[in-house]
Design a protein around this ligand. Structure first.
Ligand code: FAD
Length: 444
């Protein structure tokens, strides 16, 4: 009799099995080990700690971030010029790593992403001096000495700030973080919301601030700010229902000086287009993380259904459970396909190595975010039901995953606002875009 030893194809989607080469498979294996052995255990500990304990010096948050850095994960997504791998990771490989990080912990994946955001912004928009003085040591750091955050929302501007370009419109009104021009730079006054991921512990922030107005139209700037300087204060860390493994909190700016060289996108014509493209990137990235959350929930439910005996056999023998498991699987597979296609499209068409490219698609990236977040929550909901009362126990992983998946429906934009944003793009641009056919053909 021939026996077949199954390869370790846990959680492998159709796309993985069909198209991954050996290197990509190896990277996926090692990212999964990090998610399983480093992120998951730390996330479970952090989830049970008080907000203050989570940001104390001996918190597993810091050791986990340091581990990710010592393994070089923060360099994986960068170009070679910015300190990344010799050969740039393909969008597919990036999706694979992002899914694994999301599988391990939504909070720690979020902390990882917001840490990278200022570095990526400097690498695309920063001066050589800023690159040498800040980006290079940040990228070379393997101890977690640097940690970034992305300070967008304000107490009175949550969803309003999501369509960042709306921050330029009259309805937005006066921002709660304003930038005033001074000799050699800008002074920041005001605050950001209590929900800034990694806000309580970040050393640097990528900050959006309102920088003056022309009549009814406000202008914004985007800058990297050193949060270790005088005038920066933090609010207490928030005590959230989910995503507790990444501390969130307010940042106050009391006359904080930002040198001109730290302004990456100055007020002016570029800002709305830049903001729009940045949201395409963050939507595409987060959708791959959301697929990881969905897959984690599906796998928890599958393992449980195979072992829990009710009605004379394992739950997985019962038709209703089988149909639910199948539907979860189908959702994860389709969400993964859409998330990966969107990241590939966004990366190929947004500014980066090609600063004049502004072609990432808002409606597709928002649709990817809405769809994958909804899948993550629906799958978490079904998984919890399969667990019965055990799923409600604080001791079970699915209880944490369910809370995290619920937060996803708000993090980085509520489903409603993301959908409205996509609808606006549809209504304004669908079938109205003009393509340079000749240029497109040369790309093929
Ligand atoms: C886990 C997590 C991490 C986060 N990380 C960050 C971060 O790193 N940096 C940062 O700056 N912020 C962060 N946020 C904040 C996040 O971006 C906001 O919570 C989100 O954009 C929604 O804003 P809000 O919470 O103020 O809700 P609101 O804007 O007050 O919305 C409340 C409700 O009203 C609806 N609504 C709002 N406006 C409209 C409208 N015009 N039309 C119809 N319905 C509307 C919304 O859909 C929602 O249901 C984070 C939030 C969470 C939960």
């Amino acid at each position: 009799m021939v026996t077949v030893t199954p390869k370790s194809t846990w959680g492998w989607g159709l796309l993985d099995l069909a198209v991954l080469g050996d290197d990509d498979r190896a990277l996926r294996e090692s990212a999964h080990r990090v998610a399983l052995e480093v992120l998951r255990p730390a996330a479970m500990k952090l989830d049970r700690m008080t907000p203050e304990e989570r940001i104390a010096q001996d918190s597993p948050f810091f050791s986990t971030m340091a581990t990710l850095k010592s393994l070089g994960y923060h360099r994986l997504f960068l170009s070679r010029e910015a300190g990344g791998p010799e050969e740039r990771l393909s969008a597919l490989t990036q999706s694979i790593v992002l899914e694994e990080l999301g599988w391990g912990s939504l909070g720690l994946a979020t902390a990882f992403l917001v840490d990278m955001l200022p570095v990526m912004a400097i690498s695309n928009f920063g001066s050589q001096q800023l690159k040498d003085e800040l980006m290079v040591p940040w990228v070379n750091d393997e101890s977690g000495a640097y940690h970034g955050c992305w300070a967008i929302t304000e107490p009175d501007h949550g969803s309003d700030f999501l369509g960042l370009r709306d921050a330029e419109s009259p309805s937005f009104g006066r921002a709660q973080l304003v930038a005033e021009p001074v000799e050699g730079g800008w002074v920041l006054r005001g605050q950001k919301s209590a929900w800034v991921s990694s806000g309580p512990i970040a050393t640097h922030a990528a900050v959006h601030a309102q920088a003056g107005r022309d009549g009814d139209v406000f202008h914004s700037l985007f800058a990297v700010v050193d949060l270790r300087q005088r005038g920066v204060r933090r609010g207490p860390p928030a005590d959230m229902m989910g995503v507790r493994d990444d501390p969130q909190g307010e940042i106050f700016f009391d006359d904080v000086f930002v040198p001109e060289g730290n302004v990456l996108v100055p007020p002016g014509a570029l800002y709305p287009a830049f903001a729009d493209q940045l949201l395409c990137l963050t939507s595409s990235v987060l959708s791959n993380v959301a697929v990881g959350v969905a897959r984690a929930c599906f796998e928890e439910a599958l393992h449980f259904a195979r072992s829990r005996i009710q009605g004379g056999g394992p739950l997985s023998r019962h038709k209703n459970i089988q149909l639910t498991l199948y539907s979860m699987f189908e959702s994860v597979e389709t969400a993964r396909a859409y998330a990966r296609a969107t990241l590939a499209h966004t990366q190929a068409n947004m500014p980066g190595e090609n600063p004049s490219a502004l072609g990432a698609s808002p409606r597709h990236s928002r649709a990817a975010q809405v769809y994958t977040k909804r899948v993550a929550f629906d799958v978490a909901h079904d998984a919890l039901q399969i667990f019965g009362a055990q799923g409600l126990s604080r001791d079970s992983l699915i209880e944490k995953l369910f809370r995290d998946a619920r937060c996803l429906l708000i993090e980085d934009g509520t489903l409603e606002i993301l959908s409205l944003d996509a609808a606006r793009d549809l209504i304004d641009n669908y079938e109205r875009e003009t393509y340079d056919l000749e240029e497109m053909l040369t790309k093929w």
